[in-house]
Design a protein around this ligand. Structure first.
Ligand SMILES: [Fe+2]
Ligand SMILES: [Fe+2]
Length: 400
């Protein structure tokens, strides 16, 4: 255990000019509030121990919002900051290279070979990547601004932007929150949304559509220029390694956005304010739009034979998705949610988002992202904060 004075090794100034004096006993409540509000402030040095301490579990300020609503919005703000960080990396390398401040910045010309490989999934991929990125920045900024407008504490993850960038042409050399270079990509959403008899809310599980991405570690962005190469002799116009990386990205896009699709539907059931419900339904709807788009594009990934996975060094195949035709659990154009069991098995099958059960939803989202390897290399303090925010969101109960 840490003594109270060992938790924070420097004065902490939050963005409303609250200053904790050195030597003054600090409560976990104040530490945590200051951390959330001003983690990017100069002079902050918070140890992992501070975030591991039970005292740090104290509630943040909800302002005029119901406590549960503020907790849900803070968790979603964190989720959106994480989404924005990963989409920024995709946008720098594979998106349309048009800066649109304040949402879209840091684009320096992109990566030609990676962008070409992505275009083999759809000629508009660069535009879709750019727009998805802009949407995530808008979500994070809006939720934090809404929290602040109600006098509630906001979320800032800048302290944890320490993971490395890709060295490939197009990537900025800045610290990142997320790691796209060691992913284990869950593609079971593909089979889950095609099932006519199963639903994860009944405890059902679903196989990966692309087994090769669901085991081991894979990069979804070129880590350096050797992994992003044009090849005029290939039908794809790029090396197989570059196409393999773009295919991994094509599936990861949908893996991320189906998660957001469920998360908003799950947490909406716990909010009290009708206005907060409106926020969750309105932002959640764009996560669905993203998922639907990426679901369609993933089905266009070119087949690859005998490609050397650059992370594992193993020789692997990327399956021929056109061969899935005729199998309704896999066929690529069945991108609309298949009607399935919902609420009670005695009800008629219904075309729905799935899962939508609300219990433990935020913690489940953190686990899914962690299991996919998105946070490989992150600090214990990062996980502590994220789990704490998730726990608070999952404790929210709809009031009357
Ligand atoms: Fe979002
Ligand atoms: Fe999203």
């Amino acid at each position: 255990m840490h003594s109270p004075n060992s938790r924070v090794s420097a004065s902490v100034a939050s963005d409303n000019n609250e200053v904790e004096q050195p030597g003054q006993p600090k409560t976990g409540f104040l530490q945590r509030r200051s951390f959330l509000r001003g983690a990017g402030a100069a002079g902050l040095a918070i140890s992992a121990g501070a975030l591991m301490s039970p005292a740090a579990l104290a509630e943040e300020s909800s302002g005029s919002l119901p406590d549960g609503d503020a907790s849900i919005l803070r968790f979603l703000a964190a989720a959106e900051l994480i989404e924005a960080d990963l989409w920024q990396q995709y946008a720098e390398l594979g998106g349309l290279q048009t800066n649109e401040p304040p949402m879209i910045t840091g684009l320096t010309g992109g990566n030609l070979a990676y962008t070409l490989a992505l275009s083999n999934l759809d000629g508009d991929m660069a535009t879709y990547i750019h727009d998805n990125t802009e949407d995530e920045f808008s979500h994070a900024a809006f939720i934090n601004a809404y929290l602040a407008s109600k006098g509630a504490d906001t979320v800032n993850l800048d302290h944890f932007r320490n993971l490395p960038s890709s060295q490939a042409t197009g990537a900025q050399q800045i610290g990142r929150l997320t790691n796209l270079m060691e992913l284990t990509i869950d593609t079971s959403w593909w089979t889950r949304y095609r099932s006519r008899a199963k639903n994860p809310d009944f405890g059902d599980t679903f196989p990966n559509a692309i087994a090769v991405l669901g085991t081991g570690r894979h990069t979804a962005i070129p880590r350096n220029d050797s992994e992003a190469q044009l090849d005029a002799s290939s039908p794809n116009g790029v090396t197989d390694v570059t196409q393999y990386i773009a295919n991994a990205a094509g599936f990861h896009f949908a893996t991320i956005e189906q998660g957001g699709t469920s998360l908003y539907a799950q947490l909406a059931q716990r909010v009290t304010s009708v206005e907060v419900l409106r926020i969750l339904l309105s932002i959640g709807g764009t996560e669905i739009a993203h998922f639907q788009t990426w679901h369609d594009k993933a089905g266009n990934c070119p087949a690859l034979k005998g490609v050397v996975d650059p992370v594992s060094g193993k020789t692997v195949d990327f399956p021929d998705i056109s061969s899935f035709a005729g199998n309704e659990d896999l066929q690529s154009n069945l991108i609309m949610p298949e009607p399935t069991v919902f609420l009670k098995k005695s009800f008629p099958a219904c075309s729905i988002i799935r899962p939508t059960a609300t219990q433990g939803a935020a913690a489940g989202a953190v686990k899914a992202l962690t299991d996919d390897g998105l946070f490989r290399g992150q600090s214990s303090g990062f996980f502590r904060l994220l789990n704490d925010l998730a726990e608070d969101a999952d404790e929210a109960r709809r009031g009357l």
